[in-house]
Design a protein around this ligand. Structure first.
Ligand SMILES: Cc1cc2nc3c(=O)[nH]c(=O)nc-3n(C[C@H](O)[C@H](O)[C@H](O)COP(=O)(O)OP(=O)(O)OC[C@H]3O[C@@H](n4cnc5c(N)ncnc54)[C@H](O)[C@@H]3O)c2cc1C
Length: 405
């Protein structure tokens, strides 16, 4: 009888796991079921472009059902409500799914409660962490163009996904310059990082110097080791300093695991993230794996204001491949491969240019000196990568991870 593999989540982690598993295991060896609360795959790294009005959600997403069916993967459009690891059962809004192996790839919940006023739907602050939030931010950016005023962009204490904050500051600066409105909009960048470009991974080569130069060149004021405490419609309050005036406050929140995972007995740590080993297998529940933002990863070091370890799309794909190969090896009775360390590649949109960063491994100390280069061609590379990724994902294929993100 075929082994039952259930994958919760249909984004970078879930889709990559499904495709990679199917590459190793035929339908006679494994039934693979993907359960996702969103019917569509969304290329999340392009959400800042949605917020800036440069992409529609339609352009950066596709329906999961067709591509998964083509790979003989069952797609269930449903919401997971809990996991019973003893009975190997996933509960959903509409029923139950038994599994022999479960991969949790359900991403994050924005822990907006960490900062009073952090929104957008529960406060005046904005963040682009999901499709609805990016769409809401798009309206707020339009309103700013109508009625210019001071802007704050940044990240809250404990944030881990800080790259998009830089992108939004640069993109906003670029948009306002093009509209000849920049002189009416002071922009302040507030970050919990101990230095610019720390990004939760202890920095990457010369990215700190590059970002300092780029923000200064563009008249974007910045403050590091900053703890944002409250967002009001007119200000952003920070610990130990005067409030910063702001009519548009874009703050990346700290992340937590989704409630269904956090509330399932024995599955998650207090933040709702899965404790996993080097193969992304749960440290206690032997049949459960976790990949992507759903897994627990310790910060690289203690910092004056907490900054958490980043879990990028590129890293999520690597985790999914390692987990899928491990499951396939266990099902086929093969020897398990040694798990590789995670590396990271990323292109940061700086409005009129892009900066490419590559670190290997993500956690310092590193074998290779990180690559940090910038120029207009990297912005083009980011656009091409988005299109290429979406095409491949829609056709059940992997993007070689040597390409930049
Ligand atoms: C604005 C922004 C910009 C970014 N830019 C970059 C970048 O340039 N490069 C990069 O490498 N990374 C980037 N990232 C990070 C990257 O997007 C994440 O690492 C990636 O999305 C993580 O994938 P995931 O599969 O773990 O989770 P997610 O992408 O969060 O997907 C979660 C999946 O789980 C499903 N789900 C959630 N709850 C349930 C439930 N209860 N039941 C069923 N299904 C559920 C959702 O429908 C979804 O399919 C960015 C992130 C953001 C927010």
């Amino acid at each position: 009888m075929a082994v039952r593999v259930v994958i919760a989540g249909g984004s970078f982690g879930g889709l990559t796991t499904a495709y990679e598993l199917r590459r190793h295991l035929g339908p006679d060896q494994a039934t693979i079921t993907v359960i996702a609360k969103d019917r569509r795959f969304t290329f999340v790294p392009s959400l800042p472009w949605v917020a800036m009005g440069r992409r529609s959600l339609e352009q950066i997403s596709f329906d999961l059902a067709g591509p998964l069916a083509a790979k003989r993967v069952v797609f269930v459009h449903d919401t997971v409500t809990g996991v019973d690891t003893e009975r190997r059962l996933v509960a959903t809004d509409q029923g139950e799914h038994r599994y022999d192996f479960l991969v949790v790839a359900t991403g994050h919940r924005s822990a907006n409660e960490a900062v009073e006023g952090l929104g957008p739907f529960d406060g005046p602050g904005h963040s682009p962490m999901s499709a609805p939030e990016a769409t809401e931010l798009r309206l707020a950016v339009r309103a700013l163009l109508e009625a210019p005023g001071p802007v704050v962009v940044g990240a809250a204490p404990g944030a881990s996904c800080i790259g998009p904050a830089y992108e939004l500051a640069f993109e906003l600066d670029h948009l306002l310059r093009r509209r000849k409105l920049r002189h009416q909009v002071p922009i302040t960048f507030l970050t919990p990082e101990p230095f610019l470009g720390h990004m939760g991974m202890g920095g990457a080569g010369k990215i700190r110097q590059l970002l300092e130069g780029e923000l200064e060149e563009r008249d974007i004021a910045y403050a590091t080791s900053t703890a944002v405490t409250k967002i009001t419609p007119e200000t952003v309050e920070v610990a130990g300093a005067s409030p910063v005036p702001s009519v548009l406050s874009i703050i990346i929140p700290p992340l937590a695991g989704i409630e269904a995972v956090a509330n399932s007995a024995g599955l998650a740590n207090p933040k709702g993230f899965l404790p996993v080993d080097a193969h992304y297998r749960h440290q206690v529940a032997d049949a459960v794996y976790g990949v992507g933002v759903a897994v627990a990863m310790a910060p690289v070091a203690e910092t004056p204001v907490p900054v958490n370890f980043p879990k990028t799309g590129h890293m999520t794909e690597q985790m999914a491949q390692i987990a899928a190969r491990d499951i396939a090896a266990r099902i086929a009775g093969r020897n398990r491969e040694a798990a590789a360390e995670l590396s990271a590649r990323c292109v940061l949109d700086m409005g009129d240019r892009g900066a490419y960063m590559a670190v290997d491994p993500v956690r310092p100390p590193r074998n290779a000196i990180p690559t940090v280069v910038e120029g207009r061609r990297w912005l083009l590379a980011k656009r091409v990568f988005e299109r290429t990724y979406l095409w491949h994902a829609r056709h059940g294929r992997h993007i070689p991870s040597t390409l930049g993100w």
